[in-house]
Design a protein around this ligand. Sequence first.
Ligand code: SF4
Length: 188
Amino acid sequence: MIWLVLLLCLLILAAATAATAARREARRTGLPAGALLYSDTGRPVGRIAPTEVGAEGVRQERPLVSSLLGLVGRPDYLIEAEGGVVPVEIKSTACPADGRPYDSHVAQLAAYCLLVEDVLGEPVPFGVIRYRDREVRVEYTDELREHALALLEEMRAARDAEEVHRSHDDPRRCAGCSMRDVCTEALA
Ligand code: SF4
């Protein structure tokens, strides 16, 4: 009986320690209000799943994996806020002058919103892209959700195709694309 009580105490202590570490990390990074659930950029908090040691020998969060969507991802942060879980993506670049985030950044954030819904079973009210100079709140609307699902479908089809070409004429999209340096059809 005594070992059961001891075990319970240890579990409570571990949960309290994790919660304190998460609160400290949230304060340190100045994230939106709410409890820190996941941190792939700062210190991992291991509240969704126990942390793991990565290939570089550093302790980190486990990726979110959805077999339903065929999607794996590591959001920079997940915040348990009022109304659901909020993904936060950190970008080292400045926000575009018109204040509108790059389409590729919104698509990436929307993919994390889909992952949160499927893996955690939690609603997502909005996401945040934090640029070097400002923070942009992106509402997770039905329209954005549908757009993200359509993009995933497009990517699946492209993966099976032998040759893939640019599917748009939008230089802004290329300007924010991580493949720009190696892409032969980039517009920016
Ligand atoms: S840089 Fe290439 S891969 Fe990226 S958005 Fe433009 S065309 Fe597509």
